[in-house]
Design a protein around this ligand. Sequence first.
Ligand code: G3P
Ligand code: CA
Length: 257
Amino acid sequence: PEKIRLVHQKRKVMLTAHRGASGVAPENTLAAIQKALDSPADFIEIDIHQTQDSQLVVMHDATLDRTTTGQGAIAAHTLADIKKLDAGSWFKPEFKNEQVPTLEEVLRLVKGRKKLLIELKKGRDFYPGMANQVIALLRQYRAREWCVLQSFHDEILQQIWQNEYHVPTHKLMVGKLPLLPVYFDTSLRFGSFDKYYRASAINVHYYFASRRFVKMVHNAGFKTFVWTVDDPAEINKLVNRGVDGIMSNAAATLAVE
Ligand code: G3P
Ligand code: CA
C-alpha cells in the first residue's frame, strides 16, 4: 500500500487517531487508546458525554445501543450501570472485556504521551455544566498542555471560552444531512469565521477541504484538521493541499514515510 507523507512545506501534519485506533480496536475504549499510543499518531481524538449522575464518559453516540450491550440514552444511566456493559464485543469477540471509559481514565492513561483532542458532544439536550467539568479535570490532571477541546456546538465553545484561556479549541463545522450523501454546512457558504476568533482551528469533513478552503481558513488565521480519512492516496492529496491535521480510523495501520 501507498505510504503517507506527513510533512508539507516543512510543517508536520498532525496524524490523529479518530476515536482512538478505531480500525483495530473498539472505538473510544482504553484498548483503542492504547493502540493509538503505540501508533505513529500525534493526536488521539475521543468523544465525551455525561451520565445521569454527571460523570464524563468516552463514547461517540449519545445512546448505548450501537457500541455496548446496553440500551437507551447515556444521560438516562448512571456510571455504575454503564460500567457493567460490554463495549468491545460488537467490534470483535476478543474485546469483550472492554468497558466504557471515563474521561479521567483516559487522561490517566495518555498522561501527555500524545495530544488528546476531546470532542464535547450533546445528548438530546446539552449536558449541564459539562464544559466546566472538563476544564476542572484538565486542571486537576495538569493536562491543559496536551489537550485540545473541540465541538460542533457554539454554545459549548462559548462555555469553554468564558472560563478557560489556555486550552486550545477547535470548531467543528460540517454535519451530515440525514438524507443526502454529502456533507454540508451553511456557514461554509459564507466563509466567515469571525465569531470563532478564539478557536485555533476550523475542522471540516475532508470532502470540503479543497485547496481553496484550506487557503481561506489559513488566511483567516486558523488551522484545519479534517476527518475521517483512511485511504493513503486521499491522505496524501489532503496533505498536499496544506491541511494541518488528518483524522483517521487507520492511524495504527497506515505506513508513514
Ligand atoms: O473530530 C471530527 C469527527 O470526529 C466529527 O464527527 O461524528 O466522528 O464525532 P464524529
Ligand atoms: Ca468525534
